[in-house]
Ligand binder design. Sequence first.
Ligand code: GDP
Length: 465
Amino acid sequence: MRRLQFHRLSGLTGLVHDRTVRLAVTGLSGSGKTAFITSLVCNLLSAGGRPARLPFLRSAAERRIVGAKLLAPDDGTISQFPVHDTIAALADDPPHWPPGTTDLRRIVLSLRFAPAGFIGRAAGGTAELRLEILDYPGEWLLDLPLLGRSYHEWSRVALDLARRGARKPLAGEWLDFVGRQRANADGDSVVVRRAHDLYRAFLEACRTREQLSLLQPGRFLNPGHMADPSLLWFCPMPLPIGARRRAGSLGAIMEERFEAYKRAVVQPFFMHLGRNVDRQIVLVDVLRALNAGEEAFTDQRLALETILEAFRFGRRSPLRLLFGARIDRVLFAATKADHVPALQRDHLEALTANLVAVPTLRARQAHARVAAAALASIRCTDDGTDVIDGHKVDVVIGLPQGGERRIRFFPGIVPVTPPPTGFWGERFTEFPIFQPPRIAGAGGDGVPHINLDKALEFLLGDVLA
Ligand code: GDP
């Protein structure tokens, strides 16, 4: 079942253990990818000297990780994850958060470890795990449904969605503009560009003002590096049913760009993912969506289902035929779990498992292992108690960014299942941005976290055995 590529075959230990694993890290913008990778790298680099940082990663707890180092990138097509800069931000005085992920990035580590099994012990010596970590915006996964839709179908679905709920008041200017255009009129590049800009501004407002997640196409908000930005210059349009589009008309230009975007951007990305990734972690800021209210929460759930669809690489999945598909473990992790005290973290994990329950069942049928977790990549708070209205309550204690004194923060109760409609009367408590802890300059002492080790055990435990 395991589909791991052998890296080097030298001697008996090499035959048994030396291998490469490609771990992809994704999540929507702000979900915590940069913090996760920085903490993962620092904690693995220091795992040999400080195994107590990762008690639930068996190989570390059993003191079998004997060394780790960063490897130089071996191909120049993907930019390097700037780990020295992200560590420097956390080691600064005062420490601050590094900027988040906006493009595809990669970092490669080599881990030397003593194998645990009988054959490994008998052979003596150590084995090498080459761990390639790939970081990319989760928004890109939201483009998967586009591959199966015509421009006409996509336009209909997108317009329908834009006319409902929290999106409606934000879509006004764009809807008015495209409503005034005729799809069969001569295509005018100024009109096409204006329509695209208004649609993009609408998506941006959905994200920043309403914290919505299901915003397509994913590259409109997170383009990354694109050799030809004009591939993005299109948007959905109202199209008369059954009408044939005249070549060179506005509708025809939009359609051509939509198809070119799928062909030149979306398909190659999924091909890369399917062929070059073994394990995947999807980071989700569940607390932020809870905080933003019912519509943001439901929207995040729909986005998650779309994202999981991308990993449904079962035998009969069309994706498998198209793209290869090696991914056999996917972990969904709610991030920033240090915003809530211990018991609430269990709730957060249960809620996350619940959010991905249906797609998880489907993934299991497809022979992939899927799990849910709640973690804090960089723990900024301690647990404590407070008295509110005469009742003792659990709180977290941390320094708000830019603040001078640590605060006791009571986040409320995290529901273990998606909240029923009545719950949403008031917004969930607003979360402060806590200042990260200051770490040693080279990151060599590791980074405090919550459950990062459990996540790593799920993702890598078998290959470090
Ligand atoms: P990205 O856009 O997915 O790369 O997200 P980042 O890793 O940049 O995280 C976005 C923000 O979330 C950070 O600037 C922090 O404010 C916050 N954050 C990320 N991870 C943690 C964490 O483990 N604990 C806390 N308290 N905040 C976090």
